[in-house]
Write a protein that binds this ligand. Structure first.
Ligand code: ZN
Length: 202
């Protein structure tokens, strides 16, 4: 599928196998899944997105090993390249992936560049609830980019956080229904009063 021609040297076609971004997923998590689905190492994939910036970005093998620690950022042309490779319009990627928000955009609109710092510049990488991911057909490990370092999935009764040790698929809250209740109260307050409401029950 040819979506657009973002530049003379950029990718012109999507990769053969496409994956859908999960809502709230980190860009690094999505890109890892897309590369893996196509049998590409991360380094091979990133070469197609543009030029890497920064010291960790020069070591994609290490980044590939620790997707739970790193997040990927792109400039405007980098986003366009990524959209072509992903076979998904940039606006759709931006709606799903918070790390692609305009405020995280790297400067420059000449060459496509990407950066893969060891820590997200803002927020936390929280392991995606495996059942939420599976419900959307994703079985690989994936991560949310969140403002908090944890998230309660009330639907599946899982506590998911940014710990980097096993088990990574979240703790069951079956025996701790009060945690789920507190989370739902907090979410209600948040809805009613904005973020300041969240602090009231912390
Ligand atoms: Zn869930």
């Amino acid at each position: 599928m040819v979506l657009q021609v973002p530049g003379l040297y950029g990718p012109r076609q999507s990769l053969p196998l496409l994956v859908r971004p999960l809502p709230g997923e980190s860009t690094g998590s999505f890109v890892n899944r897309l590369a893996q689905a196509n049998g590409l190492g991360l380094a091979d994939f990133l070469q197609r997105v543009g030029q890497g910036m920064g010291s960790s970005s020069t070591d994609p093998a290490r980044v590939e090993k620790y997707p739970q620690c790193t997040e990927m950022y792109v400039n405007g042309p980098g986003l366009e390249y990524l959209a072509v490779l992903a076979g998904t319009p940039a606006a759709v990627l931006q709606r799903a992936l918070p790390g692609l928000a305009t405020r995280h955009r790297l400067p420059g609109d000449g060459d496509a560049v990407w950066k893969w710092p060891w820590q997200p510049s803002e927020g936390h990488l929280v392991r995606y609830c495996t059942r939420c991911a599976e419900a959307r057909g994703v079985r690989e490990p994936s991560w949310w980019l969140m403002s908090d370092s944890w998230r309660v999935c009330a639907r599946h009764g899982r506590w998911c956080d940014d710990s980097r040790t096993e088990p990574l698929d979240g703790l069951s809250l079956k025996e701790l229904p009060e945690v789920v209740d507190a989370h739902l109260d907090r979410a209600r307050l948040h809805k009613q009063f904005g973020r300041s409401g969240g602090g009231a029950v912390r």
